[in-house]
Design a protein around this ligand. Structure first.
Ligand code: CAA
Length: 385
């Protein structure tokens, strides 16, 4: 595997780092407390070309590779994981699906404004009673002449109150199980579409998460994404790329907490020397450093596999599983290095721990990643045997 980055990839990483430090950092603590959505920041990220990073320039995107995307997300998440998930969902879960499965008309109408950051998108798979077991969609789409009538509810929707376009998965032919699921693009102002209350969350508090309701929402075939019955395939393939994004977000959370812990270890004196001269602290820092580097390698392996158009299902799940696991561990140890100071807002690492937790849950829990990895490795083993 090639471990080096191109000049272009480094330039994107540096641009993301500068943007995060100069434009995001100053309001991150305040927004964590208030839960306020960062409208101005999201607008500027769009102007930077970071809301449709991998989309073909033909549709208003930046035409970059997944490696650049992961590098940019890591830098943003180091400073503010809320902004990172807003960006990740729009890029991976919304733009990618429309570019891959949409018609040219849908790309012009929906993808272009999403990729240029003029509009925001959400991905709606989970329901009040359906999370990990995603084939069991209770939301229905029933034919009515040339139209579709959508009924049901969705839960835990990132960018839920702030989006313009929503990719919604619904059961359109219950006799076919998950092969009867179809995807639709729902527009915010459609009659019968109701946005529920914003959730009050442990972490990523400045990103908005809510439930959605659909009561007899009338959709045309122009709103259907992909053919009838391939909705579950779209949902799963979209999540494979999404998992690289969340892994990069988790890595950024870990790297941010680690950097703060290293810096603090030089400043804080104990037993007559900086605490980083104590072996107890050195072991913690070295452990954090190894975990972060290993997560980065897994993420880059998955991103490179996606860019090379080879299978990346297992690689993405491994990257997400590992990066989210170590993000929580590293953030926890960063608090420990800070002692009591780590437990208060001012030193930022307590937010890292709160933000890290969700990366083990959304876009497939860690338990689901284990299932995905095991199924893929058994398939590969059988193919080789
Ligand atoms: N990539 C491509 N295809 C996949 C896939 C993947 N990662 N995982 C499953 N599939 C395909 C299977 O190959 C199968 O298709 P075929 O029959 O054509 O081969 C089909 O999907 C059904 O798969 P299974 O038979 O394995 O079904 P299952 O019910 O046993 O398992 C599952 C499915 C893997 C558990 C799946 O339901 C899953 O990934 N669940 C987690 C859902 C999830 O991640 N939800 C997060 C929601 S998004 C979010 O978090 C909100 C947000 O706003 C950020």
């Amino acid at each position: 595997m090639n471990f080096s980055f191109t000049e272009d990839q480094i330039a994107i990483r540096d641009a993301a780092r500068d943007f995060a430090e100069n434009e995001i950092a100053s309001t991150a603590v305040e927004r964590d407390i208030s839960g306020e959505f960062p409208y101005d920041i999201v607008k500027k990220i769009g102007e930077l070309g970071f809301m449709g990073m991998m989309v073909d320039p033909k549709w208003g995107g930046s035409g970059l590779d997944t490696v650049s995307y992961a590098l940019a997300l890591e830098e943003v998440a180091k400073i503010d994981a809320s902004v990172a998930v807003i960006m990740s969902v729009n890029n991976s879960l919304v733009c990618w699906g429309i570019e891959e499965f949409g018609t040219d008309e849908q790309k012009e109408r929906f993808l272009r404004p999403l990729a240029t950051g003029q509009k925001l998108g959400a991905y709606c798979l989970s329901e009040p009673g359906v999370g990990s077991d995603a084939t069991q969609q209770a939301t229905t789409a029933v034919r009515d002449g040339n139209d579709w009538i959508l009924n049901g509810a969705k839960n835990w929707i990132t960018n839920g109150t702030t989006s313009d376009y929503y990719i919604v998965y619904a059961q359109s032919d219950p006799t076919k199980g998950y092969k009867g699921i179809t995807a639709f693009i729902v527009e915010k102002d459609m009659e019968g579409f109701e946005i529920g209350k914003k959730e009050d969350k442990l972490g990523i508090r400045s990103s908005d998460t809510c439930s959605l309701g659909f009561t007899n929402v009338r959709l045309t075939d122009g709103h259907r994404l992909g053919a009838e019955g391939i909705g579950f395939k779209i949902a799963m393939e979209t999540l494979n790329g999404g998992r690289i994004g969340i892994a990069a977000q988790a890595l950024g959370i870990a790297a941010g907490a680690y950097e703060r812990a290293v810096k603090y270890s030089f400043e804080r004196q104990a037993f007559g020397k900086p605490i980083n001269q104590l072996q107890a602290i050195q072991f913690k820092l070295s452990d954090m450093c190894v975990k972060i580097e290993a997560a980065r390698l897994l993420i880059m392996k998955a991103a490179r596999a996606k860019d090379a158009h080879t299978s990346y299902i297992k690689e993405a799940a491994m990257a997400k599983l590992y990066a989210s696991t170590i993000a929580f561990e590293v953030a926890n140890e960063a608090i420990q290095v800070h002692g009591g100071y780590g437990y208060v807002r001012e030193y930022l690492v307590e937010r890292s721990l709160r933000d890290a937790k969700i990366t083990q849950i959304y876009e497939g829990t860690s338990e689901i990643q284990h299932i995905v990895i095991a199924r893929q490795l058994l398939k590969e083993y059988q193919l080789e045997a």
